[in-house]
Design a protein around this ligand. Sequence first.
Ligand code: MN3
Length: 248
Amino acid sequence: MHLSRREMLRLVGQSSAGVFLGAAMLGCQRDSGSTRTGIQTIEQLTYPYRLPDLAFAYDALEPAIDARTMEIHHQRHHQGYVDKLNAALEGQSAWQSATLGTLLRDLDQLPEVLQTAVRNNGGGHFNHTLFWTILRPEGGDMPHGPLADAINARFGSFAAFQEAFTEMALSVFGSGWAWLVKDTRGELYLTQTAQQDTPLANNEVPVLGLDVWEHAYYLRYQNRRADYISSFWEVIDWEQCTAYFEAA
Ligand code: MN3
């Protein structure tokens, strides 16, 4: 389950970010000057896939997201997507060198036997790897700089954006995700995906995503998804979201 330093650097892409992630993994506080990387870092992952370590302890997001939920979500759910994705690609040597981003963007070009497995488990691996990076202990606050400007321009204010995002997340029927994405013209908008479908498949760049599968909140919140969404604002790493926005 643990990444070697080389794999970690591959995951985060840049050596400066590697140092930052390393420090975070040792329990140090992230500093505001750290370099963040774009979504390409996750898109460039290849077979065999591995469960990434979290940059914080399972209990670090308490009380917004409880330790038991984080542990099960990471060790069982996310690990399950990784294992099933690897199993699906095991005999598919022609597709093993394709990046995760390519697999997810070009789903319809995959052999039929691979499509569903990649869509569900490749999507699950991508979405969760992304999700862990936009969470941080004592996060919250609000974005600053270019992402803040774009949110204000698009939604009128941060509060109006929060309200619209909350509505989008509440309206996901069954299992899925709510997203703030950037389209090919650079416009921000809100969307949702079912199951483990990704914004990549729609040619959108995810900036912020919220897992609203019941496994993400049921232990603490039961059916109260609205309470989970409202706590989510306390643990968002807006610097990372800004990096996804800017690098896209
Ligand atoms: Mn999940």
